[in-house]
Design a protein around this ligand. Structure first.
Ligand code: HXC
Length: 276
């Protein structure tokens, strides 16, 4: 059953030098079908650049989709055929004072930097073009990434006088190793989808016209799994990146035990009953 578009919160609150700003014009669209929520960033006229409103809406949908019992997996993509996201909205940033940017980092960053990564449900980025700066950092918050052949990647922040400050310096080396991450971040160079695949930034590269079909098929194959074990497996896998082996094995056991409380496993094992 297709329900669209589903509204996840109306309006947003932006830090704006202490002033509150609100909008009722969404800059993302959410549709839910077959246990898969498809979130589309809808600012194609600026390459789906992440302004404050869009980032606030991403924080909102992450919370709301995690709580939505009809959703098991979330796919994120960008509208249009040019960009997943060209990163922070540089026009908006250019209009803001140093004090506003400082406040934004103090009060907003902690909610943004792991908004998608901290979702209990699996997430997939379907990268359909430019995936730059904060756009790549958003993709790195997702569990899995597929890219179309025309996708272009970069973390150009150092060249802009900053550094990747939305998780890039921490998540990229965990995905591809420290030395390769240093080369990409310190040079800021662009690289294509095939290099992203070789590096391990994306799982697979597919022709542009097949991207969404491939992303939705992957999402559905995950969404078909029992909900409890899916979520607990993601929890245990994430623990592997944050603890030593002994702590990780402990986390794995803690993630495993609640699976006993779901009846999914009993149903799955029923057909083996009676066989020796
Ligand atoms: C705001 C953006 C934008 C962005 C593109 N646009 N990227 N607006 N923020 N990040 C706008 C353009 O200004 C233009 O609007 C329209 O989108 C189309 O872009 P073009 O440049 O005309 O298209 P094209 O020639 O195809 O080039 C695409 C591009 C280029 C390669 C993506 O736009 C580009 O380099 N953008 C900047 C990418 C970037 O450096 N992102 C920041 C990463 S750093 P108009 O109104 O002119 O039609 C980051 C962390 C924060 O995310 C860093 C803090 C400083």
């Amino acid at each position: 059953m297709l329900r669209q578009p589903k509204q996840y919160g109306m309006g947003y609150t932006a830090l704006n030098g202490g002033r509150m700003a609100a909008s009722t014009t969404d800059v993302k669209r959410v549709t839910v079908d077959d246990g898969v929520a498809l979130v589309t960033l809808t600012r194609p006229h600026v390459m789906n650049a992440l302004n404050l409103q869009l980032r606030a809406e991403i924080i909102e949908f992450a919370r709301d989709l995690d709580a939505d019992p009809s959703v098991s997996v979330v796919v994120i993509t960008g509208e249009g055929d040019k960009a997943f996201s060209a990163g922070a909205d540089l026009k908006e940033r250019g209009r803001r004072t140093t004090a506003e940017l400082y406040d934004e980092r103090r009060f907003f960053r902690s909610r943004w930097v792991s908004a998608v990564a901290s979702m209990a449900k699996p997430t997939i980025a379907a990268i359909n073009g430019y995936c730059l700066g904060g756009g790549l950092e958003l993709a790195l918050q997702c569990d899995l990434r597929l890219a179309s052949e025309n996708a272009t990647f970069a973390l150009p922040e150092v060249g802009l006088g900053f550094l990747p400050g939305a998780g890039g310096t921490q998540r990229l080396p965990r995905e591809i190793g420290l030395q390769k991450a240093k080369e990409l971040i310190l040079t800021g160079r662009r690289f294509d989808a095939h290099e992203a695949e070789r590096l391990g930034i994306v799982l697979r590269v597919v022709p542009r016209e097949e991207l969404m079909t491939a992303a939705m098929a992957l999402a559905r194959s995950i969404a078909r799994q029992p909900r409890m074990s899916l979520i607990q497996a993601k929890l245990a896998l994430n623990a592997s990146q944050e603890t030593m082996l002994s702590g990780g094995l402990q986390a794995e056991n803690e993630a495993w035990l609640p699976c006993l409380l779901s009846d999914a496993w009993q149903g799955k094992l029923k057909r083996f009953e009676g066989s020796s």
